[in-house]
Design a protein around this ligand. Structure first.
Ligand SMILES: [Zn+2]
Length: 225
């Protein structure tokens, strides 16, 4: 999970915030999109998130993406147009996912996982990307599995496990993709392990060039730095 720091509220969203809290959030959100309000939000958040999904850290362009309400707008009408409740998350064009990528409804993740999209989660346990250093709560094992980081409190273990389950971050697809990247890292650093300077240059360049799964990369690169 990325730690998301929002910055200034985009102009059109700010204008909308001056109006009333919507009674029908879904309808209000759709109508906001018609005035290009969503485009402005996407343009602001995309560079902030380094082009990555806020939850799984995959490239947003891989499966397409959508603007994700971190906490449900249906359950929290006042958060419909709250900037700090918005983020970018995979995926888009749900009906094409299975045909194009073999991603079934059950294997969707992030904002479009079954549990998240049906609002079947516990708000006080759900970890929000706006939480300070939320990225460090999770840990990535070299086999691609995601878990809680070492030294987590019992309450945090509960929150992390709940969040992983709700977002389906431990689905086979994400595990496989993370495993492949970590294998690649171990292979690359093996050749450079005795040349500290070259290794550090390589790591800095890699994190800049290929930010996908950045938290997993950083966690494992740290071992060699
Ligand atoms: Zn994702």
């Amino acid at each position: 999970m990325l730690e998301l720091i929002h910055g200034d509220v985009p102009y059109k969203l700010k204008k909308r915030q001056e109006k009333e809290t919507p009674i029908k959030p879904k309808k209000a959100w759709t109508s906001f999109g018609r005035g290009n309000g969503k485009t402005e939000i996407r343009d602001n958040l995309y560079p902030l998130q380094k082009g990555l999904c806020v939850y799984c850290e995959e490239q947003l362009d891989k499966y397409g993406f959508h603007i994700e309400h971190i906490l449900s707008k249906d359950k929290n009408h006042r958060l419909t147009f709250e900037y700090t409740n918005l983020s970018l998350s995979c995926m888009k064009k749900l009906d094409e996912l299975e045909k194009n990528y073999g991603i079934t409804k059950e294997s969707r993740s992030c904002g479009h996982s079954i549990l998240k999209s049906e609002n079947q989660y516990i708000e006080i346990l759900f970890i929000k990307p706006t939480e300070k250093k939320c990225n460090l709560l999770f840990s990535y094992i070299s086999n691609g599995k995601i878990t809680y980081s070492i030294n987590s409190s019992d309450f945090n273990k509960l929150r992390i496990n709940h969040t992983i389950k709700v977002l389906n971050l431990d689905c086979r697809r994400l595990e496989r993709d993370r495993r492949e990247i970590l294998e690649e890292i171990y292979k690359a650093v093996k050749d450079l392990q005795y040349n500290k300077e070259a290794l550090n240059d390589f790591i800095t360049l890699e994190l800049d060039r290929k930010p996908s799964f950045i938290s997993a990369r950083e966690e494992h690169y740290k071992i060699f730095q």
